[in-house]
Design a protein around this ligand. Structure first.
Ligand code: SF4
Length: 250
């Protein structure tokens, strides 16, 4: 078969190709429209949250990147209030990475035993101290890629350290952030990493940290997991879950 006849043959198959290309174009146009709609909604959400919680900030009592790291590891499945009750004694006894590296896990456990998962958390803190000393010059690193190498540190904790310890951009995708992002139509995923990536596309990095603090507060105060108080929520005019109640919002 010559090159030109082969081309002709390809052209003869073109109606099917055209149809699938048209479908792909329609899909991509739908995707673009959805993304524009999400971005527009995100602008309204940022504005509403800024008005509701102008002073939102980290509720853990922490002053240094190491304290942020330790308190955030401790806060897994635990309230900030409970963490704040144990950290003064912990920070006093273990003021630097070297002291965690040399600590006995059982001694750390004694100080944090009122917290859930205290055994695993104590083990993580000592292991993290060792890694900080051996691989990071006894300094808490300030990049996400390095932070997630530390024992007990996932993306949420790493982002928390970036935002609260280094004043760098980060999206803290905890349970409240994930739930509200889904309800507000900013994502279709329940997976924290997917949600984080979806949110990152919808706002400038400079907004990531404050957005996280604010959406978490809104989740704690208004948009509760079981029964969101849509009636008194200032975003009920544009939230896709506002009138659907718990069934849809879950
Ligand atoms: S309108 Fe209801 S579901 Fe939507 S963010 Fe507000 S409280 Fe949550």
């Amino acid at each position: 078969m010559t090159k030109s006849s082969s081309l002709k043959k390809t052209k003869q198959q073109s109606p099917a190709c055209k149809t699938s290309r048209r479908r792909a174009q329609t899909k991509s146009a739908d995707g673009d429209a959805a993304s524009v709609e999400r971005k527009e909604r995100m602008k309204k959400i940022l504005k509403a949250l800024a008005k509701l919680y102008p002073q939102a900030e980290c509720e853990l009592d922490v002053a240094t990147p190491l304290e942020v790291l330790v308190a955030t590891v401790l806060s897994a499945q635990c309230t900030d209030k409970k963490v704040n009750q144990v950290t003064p004694a912990l920070f006093e006894k273990y003021p630097n990475p070297q002291s965690y590296a040399k600590a006995k896990v059982s001694d750390v456990e004694k100080i944090i035993r009122t917290l859930g998962l205290f055994r695993a958390k104590a083990k993580s803190l000592v292991a993290a101290g060792k890694m900080l000393v051996e691989e990071f010059g006894a300094e808490v690193p300030d990049t996400l890629d390095e932070l997630v190498k530390l024992p007990g540190v996932g993306r949420k904790t790493a982002n928390c350290v970036l935002v609260n310890g280094f004043n760098k951009p980060g999206i803290m995708c905890d349970t409240h952030c994930c739930r509200l992002s889904l309800r507000l139509g900013l994502t279709e995923s329940k997976d924290p990493v997917h949600v984080e990536f979806d949110l990152a596309k919808l706002m400038a990095p400079k907004d990531w940290g404050l957005f996280s603090h604010r959406i978490i507060l809104h989740g704690r105060r208004v948009c509760h997991a079981r029964k969101p108080e849509c009636g008194r929520c200032s975003m009920n005019g544009f939230c896709p879950s506002a009138s659907a109640g718990d069934d849809r919002a879950g």
